[in-house]
Design a protein around this ligand. Structure first.
Ligand SMILES: NC(=O)C1=CN([C@@H]2O[C@H](COP(=O)(O)OP(=O)(O)OC[C@H]3O[C@@H](n4cnc5c(N)ncnc54)[C@H](OP(=O)(O)O)[C@@H]3O)[C@@H](O)[C@H]2O)C=CC1
Ligand SMILES: O=C1O[C@H](COP(=O)(O)O)[C@@H](O)[C@H](O)[C@H]1O
Length: 490
């Protein structure tokens, strides 16, 4: 049985509790952690949205959502009903004056426990919501606010949100969530690198030829089409999740695991990314959109049909980027980032490709070693090495893999990174949340790509659903004599 670090009592207020994120992710994550006895019934979860419901009706809706999105845990009827009893619902339009803020105030009467406000609403509401919380005297010294992504759509809007929220909460109490940082496999990059000196000694351009970071999804845009069509893959995935993974791979060792030490090191990486000029965008960035194709032997429609607006969208559902980090450690190593919807498989992984032998003494040298950090669908670490091909008849060398799958090695799993992050916010540990300067540095790097696309009207390259993206994606690596992981033979 795993040791569970109990949180103690807390108040957690979810604004946007009737929304997709709350139903699919937040409330199921809470149920699982309650089931694991990480918190008890002295916690309260206050759910807020505009829809007129009473607490009983909200609990009924939530029960259905939990049975759908946390079915294995919801089977435990006693825990399920016990958990539902912790939920209270308040109908409140955060933008309208005169809403029932008094009901919220009454529920938050106890002043000595962590108080988390989770804003699972459109980002346009973040500043007005914080202002309303302040106006109704709901922010105390134990309060934190959690902001969902996206923090803005460019640098200016990100700064406006940060400024707006920052008027009411100190930076130390603002938790900007990036759920990739809560993933076990992403967390493990820290252990892999900084608890294994033998690896860290190889961790630079001297030994590493290139790094690939892929977040491939098989799903399309689903019910989030109106958000996604405004956003696109670059804003939706690269600005946040992919750049955060890149930081974890590329940063120097922090002085400690303290939140500021970690975030200072990540910030240095973001600031060292080679800035994109329009010409570099043209040569190093690929922008695609899926058209009808086949996935798991089923025909699937193209993006425009998925959107169903009847017009041709110019939004990218795929991005691949080749970049460099201007530091002594990484100067000679290209980093390739790639993400897309409706790709061949659901895979989130990081591939560290080592350089070949300088002077090979074997005639049939197989591919040089590589380390594959698989984050999804199942966490796995594998190291492709060269070994002697067993048997008689000469000395041949071939590749063989050393693998460690989390599923086989450990019995404890967090099913969803929100489980960890929600309770980190309760405990007041911001290490896995993004600091203001990190968000702004990411936008500073992304913005020239967006501008260049807009001005140069960069065409969208179509790719078939179920493929690995536009054909030119291969050429991006071929220039460096490299292959994407799925094209490597072993
Ligand atoms: N869904 C997802 O998978 C992900 C979502 N996010 C982010 O999370 C946030 C929420 O997303 P999602 O759940 O999908 O969005 P939804 O549109 O499904 O939900 C929005 C929620 O906000 C509530 N709301 C809207 N206006 C007000 C208001 N004036 N006052 C109070 N409540 C209001 C809505 O409820 P009602 O209509 O009842 O008021 C609803 O509960 C967004 O910032 C999104 O970008 C981030 C990553 C993934
Ligand atoms: O933030 C987002 O992430 C999901 C992918 O998350 P994962 O944990 O399933 O890899 C993506 O589908 C969504 O578009 C994006 O907003």
């Amino acid at each position: 049985m795993a040791l569970v670090n109990h949180t103690g009592p807390f108040d957690f207020v979810i604004f946007g509790a009737t929304g997709d994120l709350s139903r699919r992710k937040l409330l199921p994550a809470f149920l699982r952690r309650f089931h694991a006895q990480e918190f008890s019934d002295d916690a309260q979860i206050i759910c807020v949205a505009r829809t007129a419901l009473n607490t009983e009706q909200f609990r009924e809706q939530t029960e259905a959502a939990l049975r759908e999105f946390a079915p294995e845990t919801a089977q435990d009827e006693q825990t399920l009903h016990h958990f539902l009893g912790l939920l209270t619902y308040i109908t409140l339009d955060a933008l309208q004056p005169g809403g029932d803020w008094q009901a919220l105030k009454t529920l938050l009467a106890t002043n000595d426990r962590p108080r988390v406000f989770y804003l699972a609403t459109a980002p346009a509401l973040y500043s007005p919501l914080c202002e309303a919380l302040a106006r109704h005297d709901l922010i105390n010294q134990h309060s934190r606010v959690v902001l969902e992504k996206p923090i803005g759509v460019n640098l200016e809007t990100a700064q406006a949100i940060n400024h707006g929220v920052g008027q009411f909460f100190p930076e130390a109490s603002i938790y900007r969530i990036d759920h990739y940082l809560g993933k076990e496999g992403v967390q493990n990059i820290l252990a892999l690198r900084f608890a294994n000196p033998m690896l860290e000694k190889l961790w630079s351009s001297e030994a590493i030829a290139h790094v690939q970071i892929t977040a491939a999804e098989t799903v399309g845009v689903g019910s989030r089409g109106s958000y996604y069509d405004e956003s696109g893959a670059l804003r939706d995935m690269v600005q946040n999740h992919l750049l955060q993974m890149l930081c974890m791979v590329a940063m120097d060792a922090p002085a400690s695991l303290g939140s500021d030490d970690l975030r200072n090191e990540k910030l240095k990486v973001l600031n060292a990314l080679r800035p994109m000029t329009p010409d570099m965008v043209r040569r190093n960035v690929i922008r695609g959109q899926y058209v009808a194709g086949e996935l798991k032997r089923k025909d699937v429609p193209g993006y425009n049909d998925d959107l169903g607006t009847g017009r041709a969208s110019n939004t990218e559902t795929f991005v691949a980027i080749r970049t460099k980090i201007r530091t002594a450690r990484w100067g000679h190593t290209p980093f390739y980032l790639r993400t897309g919807k409706r790709l061949a498989t659901k895979t989130t992984e990081i591939v560290i490709q080592f350089r070949p032998q300088v002077w090979p003494i074997f005639t049939n040298m197989p591919s040089p070693g590589r380390l594959v950090i698989r984050i999804a669908p199942r966490e796995e670490l594998s190291l492709v090495t060269a070994v002697r091909d067993p048997g008689a008849g000469g000395f041949r060398v071939r590749n063989a893999k050393l693998s460690m799958s989390y599923e086989n090695a450990f019995s404890v799993t967090y099913q969803d990174s929100y489980e960890r992050l929600l309770l980190d916010a309760v405990r007041g540990d911001p290490a896995l949340f993004i600091r203001r300067d990190e968000v702004e540095a990411s936008w500073r790097w992304i913005e020239p790509i967006l501008n260049s696309w807009r001005h140069a009207m960069t065409p969208l390259e179509p790719y078939r659903a179920g493929s690995w993206g536009p054909a030119s994606t291969r050429a991006l690596l071929a220039r460096d004599g490299a292959l994407w992981h799925e094209d490597m033979l072993t």
